[in-house]
Write a protein that binds this ligand. Sequence first.
Ligand code: SAM
Length: 326
Amino acid sequence: MAILVDGFGRKFPYLRLSLTEACNFRCSYCLPDGYQANGRPVFLGIDEIRRLLRAFADLGMRKVRLTGGEPSLRKDLPDIIAVAAGTQGVQKVAMTTNGCLLLRNVRQWREAGLTALNVSVDSLDPQRFHAITGHDRFDEVIEGVELALGLGFDAVKLNAVLLRGRNDDELPAWMDYLRERDISIRFIELMRTGDNKAYFERHHVRAEVLEQQLQQAGWTLTPRAADAGPAREYAHPAYRGRIGIIAPYSKDFCAGCNRLRVTARGDLRLCLFGEFGIPLRPLLQSDDEHAVLMGRVATQLGLKAAGHGLHQGNSGITPHLASIGG
Ligand code: SAM
């Protein structure tokens, strides 16, 4: 069995696949003016996705996360989930969503084979949620989360991007929320992208600040699984839920990288903040290209850099995370 290993000895059991660049939310740090279609975008179809996942799985990928844009905007999402779940070797099928269609569709996704769910909830205060996302839909998103919690997912997690002056005082509220719920909240440090320079300078706050507050309140770090995401996860005996910290500017963030990305148009991206994409789409048109496709992915991995250039203010070719799948 081939295993994806880069020049620094890092292994890549985890693929993040973007299904669309389109998003219906207008998050202030990502798409404040909403999604603007560039021409007539044609995103990977189900047969292309099937071939892509088969090649990655044959290279050792075990976990796929469907993301976007907003993946739930894809009408064929249940079929895509089923293809992912049915790919030999794939053990976990996760999805990151803004939650807008949870209430309507989460049961169907679970039945199709989705095993884990991340829902972006940037604030527990409905008015703040509205101000950050551009949508007054806090109640229905949270109701969708409650529904998901009863469906037997391996994990339901919430994502909140930490924003100075907007939601960085909510730790006590989140702790109350987690006390009785088997759920994790991940606080993500705001990342600088091509489009959000001024916003970043105004609202960036180091995740370590929150991490210190957690440690002082008796939360302890839990061990990390090989295919786990980038969060440092904390637990506390008095709480059922957990708290994760995603700190892309911290020293060891890139050393623990175990993820590759493929955009909705079929470009392999070796890093969220890389300088180039590697087109895989031409090799997704026929089953006959399977071996060549595997070879291209394995060879390109040799070009993966040790780390991103965010510390130097270099966010690569990523204008916003909706363009690549955050
Ligand atoms: N639409 C889906 C959602 O809202 O979860 C999936 C795509 S979204 C790009 C994935 C995650 O990236 C979300 O949790 C979002 O809050 C986060 N995100 C977007 N831009 C970000 C940035 N500049 N810094 C940190 N996180 C960001």
